[in-house]
Design a protein around this ligand. Structure first.
Ligand code: FAD
Length: 468
């Protein structure tokens, strides 16, 4: 008999590990609350995870089975559970961060010592690190070629969920812990519903319409035309094979090469970005704390606690930045274009180290994913793969004007600006004090001058390059 150890695969359908575990004999599903893993999470993610676990448990219970809930170090818990329940094997889905791989290696050794077999399977990505490489067999550091190869490769079809008789019949009367019992406060943000049902609803609605305008409109935050699947992909409440299969079907319904077809392909390409950053993290586990790109000298970031706090609070006096940071607080989520803008503002306007921003996102995002979050931050900070050149610096005002022309997104999250016109909102940094006070008396003045900071950022990077 197999135990299936659920981790970032909080689903029954399209689950390669569970399918393997239940192939011959009924499988026993297990989840282990590991305090080492929880130490890296923030309240939004833990709340989402608990909801996902409770829905997964319900799914098992409807089939006279259950999700066995344990607490502790998986190195001890899993061999003990295997012995207690007479299981001779354990399955799980592979994870790719440095910490996860260290933990898994330790679990493998502990199971070997206890004479329990184990099988780790591919369950979180369409193509694993190492599968798509340069012609020399190296991991890609530039997305373009990786993305093309990713698109060209055949994808496996989703796995069926196990039938009720392929699961061990049992009841576990241990309650799932509460946030408080796990040592977390209630999140200040509204957390979206987790679980496969809500994920499928999002996917179906997206594939029914927005996917066909994604290419054109995805950069406009007020339009909300992206899938919002990120937290589900992070926790595996829906399988990536299932998501991909949905997109393939959406493409097959339209003319090849048409705008609609290309729009779906653009969405697929974002799924490839996720796997690109996964392979970057796999090949360079130290990017979590270190720059991917090497400069001649250390970058002399600014120590600016007040600026950092204003950024976190959405009080910088740059409307699109503040709207994004407040969306993060309210929804534990931020639109991708705005993530790029706020990350550029922190690193290139406030000149604050990207690690400060990454830590804040890690704590506040419901979809924090080590590879994607780190990749996004290092890209914006010009320290990452295929780095945005250090002299290309987002202008937060023109970004706002271009991607939120009517200031609809800004007004949604910054109530102090609701009565102001789009024109003054997009020229807030140039408006006189009198104009600002009369348009939006409660909204702060810009905390820095973008043009000055732009020059300072270029100097900072030139010094790091050894040019000055
Ligand atoms: P959609 O546009 O519908 O995309 C579908 C899926 O593709 C996403 O759910 C995600 O899994 C993947 N994806 C989309 N864009 C990217 C991208 N640029 N890089 C990698 N994968 C992508 N994404 C996360 O999942 N977790 C993070 O912690 C995260 N942090 C980020 C931090 C910064 C500074 C930046 C610039 C980007 C970050 N992203 C992160 C990428 C992107 O912003 C989010 O994936 C996206 O906004 C999620 O919304 P969605 O599901 O509606 O995306």
């Amino acid at each position: 008999m197999y135990l299936h150890w659920h981790r970032r695969d909080l689903r029954a359908a399209d689950n390669a590990g569970l399918a393997r575990a239940s192939a011959d004999d009924p499988a026993l599903p297990v989840f282990v609350f590991d305090s080492d893993v929880l130490a890296h999470a923030g309240p939004p993610r833990v709340a989402f995870m608990l909801d996902a676990l409770s829905r997964l448990r319900e799914w098992y219970r409807e089939r006279d089975s259950d999700l066995l809930v344990a607490h502790g170090d998986p190195r001890e818990v899993l061999p003990d559970l295997a012995t207690e329940h007479g299981a001779d094997s354990v399955t799980w889905g592979r994870d790719y961060s440095g910490l996860a791989r260290e933990r898994d290696a330790a679990v493998r050794r502990a199971l070997d010592d206890a004479d329990v077999a184990r099988e780790a399977v591919q369950n979180a990505v369409c193509h694993e690190p190492g599968e798509i490489t340069t012609n020399d067999g190296d991991p890609y550091s530039v997305f373009t070629y990786f993305g093309r190869k990713w698109q060209d490769r055949e994808k496996r079809a989703p796995y069926d969920p196990p039938a009720a008789d392929a699961l061990v019949t049992f009841e576990d009367d241990t309650d799932l812990p509460t946030l408080d019992e796990l040592g977390f406060d209630e999140p200040e943000a509204d957390i979206p519903p987790a679980g496969t049902g809500p994920a499928r609803e999002l996917l179906d609605a997206f594939l029914d319409g927005d996917v066909y305008r994604y290419d054109d409109r995805r950069d406009y935050p007020a339009e909300e035309c992206t899938s919002r699947l990120s937290a589900h992909l992070k926790y595996g409440t829906i399988g990536i094979r299932e998501v991909y299969a949905g997109t393939a079907e959406a493409r097959s319904a339209v003319e090849p090469g048409s705008e609609r077809d290309e729009s779906v392909a653009e969405f697929q390409s974002q799924l490839a970005w996720r796997e690109f950053y996964t392979q970057v993290l796999f090949a360079n586990p130290n990017v979590v704390t270190e720059n991917y790109k090497r400069y001649e000298r250390p970058i002399r970031w600014n120590d600016d606690p007040e600026g950092l706090q204003a950024w976190k609070d959405g009080e910088t006096g740059y409307p699109i930045v503040d709207a994004g940071m407040r969306q993060l607080r309210e929804e534990a989520y931020m639109h991708n274009r705005v993530r790029m803008i706020v990350a550029s503002f922190l690193t290139k306007d406030l000149l604050v180290d990207w690690r400060e921003g990454y830590d804040w996102f890690r704590e506040k995002l419901v979809d924090h994913d080590t590879g994607n979050d780190n990749g996004g931050w290092q890209w914006a900070a010009s320290t990452g793969t295929d780095a945005q050149p250090y002299f290309r610096i987002f202008n937060p005002m023109t970004q706002g004007e271009r991607y939120d022309p009517d200031a609809e997104y800004i007004k949604r999250y910054v109530p102090e600006l609701r009565d102001a016109g789009a024109e003054i909102i997009h020229s807030w940094h140039e408006a006189s004090l009198t104009q600002r006070r009369s348009a939006a008396p409660e909204y702060p003045d810009p905390i820095v001058d973008h043009s000055e900071r732009r020059e300072a950022a270029i100097e900072m990077f030139e010094e790091a390059r050894g040019d000055s």
